[in-house]
Design a binder for this molecule. Sequence first.
Ligand code: PMP
Length: 434
Amino acid sequence: THRSRDCFARSSDVIPSGVNSTARAVWSGWDPYPLFVDRGTGSRLFDIDGNEYIDYLLGLGPMILGHRPQKVTQAVVDFIQNRGTVFAMPAADEIALSEKIVAAVPAIEQVRLCNTGTEAVLYAVRLARAFTGRKKLIRFEGMYHGFSDGVYWSKHPTLETAGPDKTPKAVPQGPGMPAGLDGSLIILPWNDVEALRDAIAREGHNIAAVITEAVMCNTGCILPEPGYLEAMRELTAKAGIILICDEVITGFRLSLAGAQGYYGLEPDLSTFAKGLGGGFPVAALGGRKNIMALVADGTVSMAGTYSANGIAVAAANATLDHLVTPGIYDTLYERCQKLVDGLSKVIADNQMPAYVTAVGPVMQLWFADKPIRHYRDAARHARHDVFRTWWEEMLDRGVLFHPGAFENLFVSFAHTDDDIAQTVAIAGEAMRAV
Ligand code: PMP
């Protein structure tokens, strides 16, 4: 890793913290140093020191078709060569993409394109506030909805340790801290119907939106308990609260209709990014027509020089054209099940205090001796130290997982049965080394 180390030393002079923002969150505090990437292809990533990895980080999710997917790459190259970098002007391609999204996701009647998940969430929150005329938001401990001030998270347990009134006790203060916790954010534990019911009973008339993922993906992979999403839908609908389903990770990944399709949830608004662009920066916000109408009449403003730019739209069109291929999600799920079964077996064989949670191509291997239902369990019971040692053993053997004990591993459509078999074998070796 000496080249990566040299790069990191060099970059620290010109880039605060040495690597760019998301990468910093991913790599900070980790040894070895950040891997500086040379290239990727299919399920494989190559660093500048010539090491090859089976990649389950997938650029934090976007590489849903694997690295350098042929059809997406070709669509982008063709677009640039033949048409340049069309943006900030209407083009028919963006209609085609919007039609595909509307066709794929039943709860979406209209859609707007933007560049990042953060923007999509920002717009969803604006729409919910304008539609309801209310200000407050409910979000859940350990979920992440991007870096805009209104919903910014902190995963740190002391910031999100709720008292009996279920509100956080310690709020970050000072310049440079997110402004979200200005009293308009109510942070609740997830998978807890009573907490939600209480909060809505107490101040539902002030609450514009509940924002949630249908599977908690930024604290490992925590699945919704039976009935939880249904209860959330019912409670919000009764109180006139907009339900925003954040599908930035799960969209087009758990199914063509995202996690909402998988679980049969019908949110009012939904946000998409990552998988949508097959590796190119494009995001979307969609929902019911009567809410989206507030964009058309100018009540809610949306902007962005690069929104719906031709290159990103070409990439997304090519990605979705591939994802509508009949049966491909079934094959993906079968392959993922092999990984889950294989990892579960090596955990049992090695008598590790660990287990796997998964829904299709999103999963996490928890080193914990108690089941994890929500963020507070993870904060208390997840064994970062063991995870980290195991993660490094995996990396040394050529498998790249997300380095955070609270994060996800993703499987792409490019991963093969051989990749899975190799990964399971390496996971066993790495456990014995731990
Ligand atoms: N929502 C969720 C659920 C996410 O996981 C993320 C990014 N990890 C975001 C929103 C923000 O997306 P972006 O990084 O594209 O701004």
